[in-house]
Design a protein around this ligand. Structure first.
Ligand code: NAD
Ligand SMILES: CCCCC/C=C\C=C\[C@H](O)C/C=C\C/C=C\CCCC(=O)O
Length: 208
């Protein structure tokens, strides 16, 4: 895909994989990128750094919790107002914490579905958008069993089923012109190392 001139929204772009994707989009000539994240400090730091390295006007941070529909609607609305369009939605924000499994399902799974539909509303040609691409960040844990992270694995598996099903439907729907892709990476370091402790404790609890 030719990225030059395109406008993207990256959830969880304050750090980690989302940050790397944001930089890649800027390097490849994206006209604008909105980072939507709950980590305000990291988000601002990332935007400050990228604004110096690339063009000041091309990257912006918005505080947004992906689980809150109204905040994500603001992100799409403001991105369209600021940059004129939305072409790419990188649905990347995620957590890895079995203790907070309901919140994890909400962030990693439920919100991804809600925000994918929101992206189609904004990007789809049916509503006056230009069409575009949605990338969902799943995990290898969504393709295979991962015994120490059962709910994480379940949520990521759900995303694979969702993306595969929606992909067929949207490709058929020529009025929509939104393609969907899914990533299933193996392992880089999560920025928060707290989750390692969670895994450790979780393993011990389940052994008793
Ligand atoms: N790191 C890995 O090894 C790995 C492997 C496969 C898939 N993944 C997936 O890649 C994605 C990014 O992982 P990462 O390693 O960059 O993690 P990370 O912890 O470095 O970054 C995640 C970002 O998401 C943000 N976030 C968390 N909850 C949010 C919410 N409710 N609303 C908005 N933002 C929120 C965090 O503030 C953080 O900036 C996740 O979906 C993860 O499941 C990671
Ligand atoms: C046991 C410590 C692992 C630390 C990694 C923690 C979280 C990683 C999340 C990634 O999204 C997981 C990605 C890939 C792992 C998927 C399957 C592992 C299969 C285990 C095996 O090889 O049997």
């Amino acid at each position: 895909m030719d990225i030059s001139g395109k406008v993207a929204i990256v959830t969880g772009g304050a750090q980690g994989i989302g940050r790397a994707v944001t930089e890649c989009l800027l390097k490849k000539g994206a006209r604008g990128v909105t980072i939507a994240d709950v980590h305000e400090q990291k988000g601002q730091e990332t935007v400050n750094e990228f604004s110096q390295q690339y063009d000041n006007e091309r990257v912006t941070f918005m505080y947004a919790d992906v689980t809150l529909k109204s905040q994500m609607e603001d992100v799409f609305r403001k991105t369209k107002t600021t940059f004129g369009r939305v072409d790419i939605f990188i649905c990347n924000a995620g957590i890895c914490n079995e203790y907070e499994w309901e919140r994890m399902v909400d962030i990693n799974f439920t919100s991804t579905i809600r925000n994918t539909y929101l992206a189609v509303e904004y990007m789809g040609t049916k509503n006056g958008g230009n069409g575009g691409v949605i990338i969902i960040n799943s995990s290898t844990a969504g393709l295979t069993q991962f015994p120490v992270l059962p709910v994480y694995s379940a949520a990521k598996s759900g995303l694979v089923g969702f993306a595969r099903s929606v992909a067929v439907r949207q490709i058929i729907d020529t009025k929509c012109s939104v393609r969907i892709g899914i990533l299933a990476g193996y392992s880089s370091l999560f920025s928060s190392i707290g989750f390692l402790l969670d895994i450790y404790v979780y393993e011990h609890l389940t052994c008793q």
